[in-house]
Structure formats: C-alpha cells, structure tokens
Design a protein around this ligand. Structure first.
Ligand SMILES: [Zn+2]
Ligand SMILES: [Zn+2]
Length: 394
C-alpha cells in the first residue's frame, strides 16, 4: 500500500510544473459557460498525452471524459473537473485550479493502478462545463453520463477548508411586468407603470425576508426599469436567485415568491410573467464516509481543516450529481482571506501560492480513490450511507 501511495505522490510531483502551466493557461484565458473551448482543448490534449483514453466534446461541445483502468463489476470513480469563468472578473471562482486538481488526481491514481497486480476498477476524469449558472452537469446527468459511475469527487478552492460543506439548492427566475406607456406629465393617468410594479415586487420580497427561515436566501436586481423619465415605463424586468437547504423548501419559497410577483401586478394593473430556470441546482449531499476518508488522507499530507465544517456555502450543479451518486465536494483554502467571485479571488487563483494546496488536494483525492478501489468495506459503507439518504428522500 505504501508503495502505491508513493507512486501517486511521485506521479503528481513529477508533473507539477506542467500542471501549474496548464492551470495558468486556463486562468489567463477565462471562458464563460459552454464556451470553454480553449480549456477543453488544453485539458484533453494533456490527458491524452499522459495515456488516458479521451473522448472530446463528450455530451456537450466543451465536455470531455478521460478514462483509465478496467475491471468488470468493479467501481468506476468520477473525478470532476470544472473550468468555466465569470463575466468580467475571470477565474474568480478558481475553476482553473479545480481542473488542475482533477487532472493531477487522475495522473496520481493512474500511476498507482499501473503498479497493482490485478485490475481493480476504473477512473473517469470528467470535464463538466458551465458550473456558473449553465448547469452542465445537469445536461450530463440527463444524458446518462453518471449511470455507470459509482462515486464522484471534486475539490473547490475557497478561503476555507472543509471536507463537507453545505451547498444549498438554488433556482433563478426572471419576472417581467408589462404596463402601458404614456406621457408622464401630460397624460400620466393613461399609463400603467411597470416600474412601480418592479419596485413593489422588490419591496414585497424584502418584506417576505422577515418571515423566511435563516437558511433561505433571496437576492435580486432590477434589470430594466424604463427608458426615459418623461415616459411612464411599459416594461420592467427583475432577476432573482433564491436558495434553500433542499428542494422541498425551495418549492415552498417559490410559492411565496410567486405571491409577491403577483401582488405587485395586481396593485399596479400590470401584467406579469415569470420564467423560472429549467435547471435548478439541488443541494449538495456530502457522503460523510467518503468525506472522512478524504479528510484523513488530506490530514496525512499536512492539510488542516477549519473548525466549523458545516457552514453554508453557495450552490453548485455538483449538488445534482450528489443526489444520484455518492459524492464529495470539499473546499480548500488557497492562501487567501478573500471570498470567491471577487477580483481578489481571481488574483489568488492565479497565484503560485495556490499550487501547493491544489496538488495536496489532488493527492488526497487520488489516495481516496486508492482507498475505494482497494477496500471493499469502504465502498460498501459509502453505498450504505447513500442508500439511507435515498430512502429518506422518497
Ligand atoms: Zn462560483
Ligand atoms: Zn465555483
């Protein structure tokens, strides 16, 4: 076992410069949802050059899978890569590092598998586009990508280190009010004011916030509030995201939000329409058994975890994956105090200081893969825990 672990460390350490370069190239050329062509090309070429069996443009134009290993009726572990960026602020969520960690973990476990006496399973490094709102993993789930996957894992850079963060369920909605334009000074009584509807809607949702559970979140903007001050606006538009710990509570919140949208229409005489996203993100169900295995592997490499492990994080389409296969999505500090989705976090994601942390996470993932591939009991415990979750959620 010790030799297999050493081969993981060696494989990752030997490639550390190339891995850093790969991450830096993706960081320097940030690409948005479903447009990650450059990252797709770089990552798949790299994995192919290292002997993985690569499928480019897998399910989605910028999706991929890179497989290694064999073994019938043996586990298939997905190591998930993300590589999309945010508008204007680039890799402010550090997905260049997620891609690097996933590829590095794949290299590590591949080296260990090559040293094993008999086939013990498969590893699938899975490139999943468009986490930042596009729900690429949801498209992949619908296409059946996870049907032959037994467990899935990924790591995410953050200002915190946690093996099992809580990621909430989230949905988005666009609300439109249609009124009637009129000269604002000469015939204001002929108008129906769509901006008033938007303002009322915003305020009603703000009132609702008083009665919301502490774990619920609603945040929105007015996207369109008219053209000119002397025209009664005939169109306004708001955009909201809303979050809750699980789908059931998200649906409860949705009903309350809808009442707010409707009441503003009634009050102003506007027509209202709302467009809820077709791909809500579900809450993350961390598999504690797998997270514990990951945590002890990371601790063996000197990684320390924050005291508060279960704090509420954001949301991710990894949540949807975690509800169909046992999954983990640990967070790791990249030597920054700044939160994700800020310019400072973009800087931190491209800083060489993030490298040691990222490669430690990659090693911890590879070690966890090794545990799962070689310890039938562990896989059974992971599956048992997941079965309890499935039963309770029916
Ligand atoms: Zn993000
Ligand atoms: Zn992210």
């Amino acid at each position: 076992m010790e030799l297999l672990k050493q081969s993981i460390f060696q494989a990752i350490d030997e490639e550390s410069e190339e891995l850093e370069e790969l991450s830096k190239e993706i960081w320097q050329k940030p690409e948005l949802n479903f447009e990650e062509h450059y990252a797709h090309e770089k990552l798949t070429n790299f994995l192919e050059s290292k002997g993985f069996n690569v499928t480019q443009k897998f399910v989605l134009e910028t999706g991929f899978k890179a497989e290694v290993g064999t073994g019938k009726n043996q586990p298939n572990i997905a190591i998930i890569c993300e590589y999309d960026a945010l508008p204007e602020i680039g890799h402010a969520c550090g997905h260049n590092l997620i891609a690097e960690a996933g590829v590095a973990a794949g290299l590590g476990i591949k080296a260990a598998m090559e040293k094993m006496e008999k086939p013990c399973g498969r590893i699938t490094v899975l490139g999943t586009p468009a986490e930042e709102g596009g729900g690429g993993k949801i498209d992949m789930i619908k296409a059946g990508v996870f049907d032959d996957i037994d467990v899935a894992m990924m790591v995410h850079p953050s200002p915190k280190t946690s093996s099992h963060v809580s990621l909430t369920a989230i949905d988005r909605v666009t609300v439109k009010y249609i009124g009637k334009a009129a000269h604002a000074a000469v015939y204001p009584w002929n108008g129906v004011n769509a901006l008033d509807a938007a303002v009322l809607c915003y305020q009603t949702v703000s009132c609702l916030r008083q009665q919301m559970k502490p774990t619920w979140r609603v945040h929105g903007i007015i996207k369109n509030g008219g053209i000119k001050s002397n025209i009664i606006p005939d169109l306004s538009e708001l955009e909201y995201s809303y979050r809750a710990p699980n789908k059931q509570e998200l649906d409860q919140l949705k009903v309350k939000m809808r009442s707010c949208f409707d009441s503003a229409a009634t009050g102003t005489g506007c027509q209202v329409s709302y467009d809820f996203s077709s791909k809500p993100y579900l809450n993350l169900v961390s598999n504690y058994r797998m997270a514990d295995a990951f945590r002890s592997n990371a601790e063996s490499l000197g990684v320390t975890f924050d005291a508060k492990e279960d704090e509420i994080g954001g949301s991710s389409d990894m949540g949807n994956v975690s509800q169909i296969v046992p999954s983990i999505h640990p967070l790791y500090n990249i030597d920054t105090i700044h939160g994700n989705h800020t310019k400072d976090f973009t800087t931190a994601s491209g800083d060489p200081k993030a490298q040691l942390h990222t490669l430690n996470q990659a090693k911890a993932m590879a070690l966890t893969c090794l545990d799962i591939l070689t310890d039938e009991n562990l896989l059974k415990e992971i599956r048992d825990e997941f079965a309890v979750f499935k039963q309770n959620s029916q």
